[in-house]
Design a protein around this ligand. Sequence first.
Ligand code: ADP
Ligand code: MG
Length: 240
Amino acid sequence: MSTKTAPPALALSNLHFAYTRRQPDVIAIEALRVEAGERIFLRGPSGSGKSTLLGLISGILEPRSGEVEILGQAMQTLFSSRRDAFRAAHLGVIFQMFNLLPYLPVGENVMLPCRFSEERAKQAQAAGGEQAEARRLLERLGLDAKEVWSQRASNLSVGQQQRVAAARALIGKPGLILADEPTSALDADSRDAFISLLKEECTASGAALLFVSHDGGLADQFDRALDLQTINTASVKETV
Ligand code: ADP
Ligand code: MG
């Protein structure tokens, strides 16, 4: 993989956001760059804006001003339907909670990105087929694919659901994976194992990883670690 010529997986510039018009900025980031294939740890205490930032990158939230560029494509220059399609194809997201469609079987949950993006479907096809690839990822992330495949997502423990969410984020090889405290329900050993599996799968598919957590102890498992409070100049108060 050539990281020299590839555009950055993510580039933010002069990004500002607040939840209401009258509220001061919650996010004010002059610049943040994640290179293609790079695995970044972003630390910040509770309430510092980690989930808000991932919401801005994933398109759940609209910035007040500034640019979000994903794999060389500036989001603000696209019409919203094209923007959604672009994100569906190139972003894999592991949320903090409410990751899965609870009534849908695990297998369907993992294959969901292939329904929303032809590109993801094609990539999964090239990797041996959607089902085979979904099963492989579930196994790689430490689940018994056969056992969980047909179960409703809501039947699984939170830790298992986080693994399913990771498999879903990875299917179809998106170029950027966003992970919002995905190990909060795991004990220390399973947490470290999960992170190394996630990193291995990102390396295998060439995806960059932006992993956010309040737990600074995880930092040395990544290529680079950043402190949100040093790059975010908005003065947000802690909520804990
Ligand atoms: P973190 O993920 O680091 O814990 P958040 O991004 O959830 O932090 O929150 C950052 C700040 O934005 C906090 O002050 C929080 O209270 C506020 N905030 C989060 N979500 C909302 C919302 N939906 N409406 C208004 N304020 C919010
Ligand atoms: Mg959060």
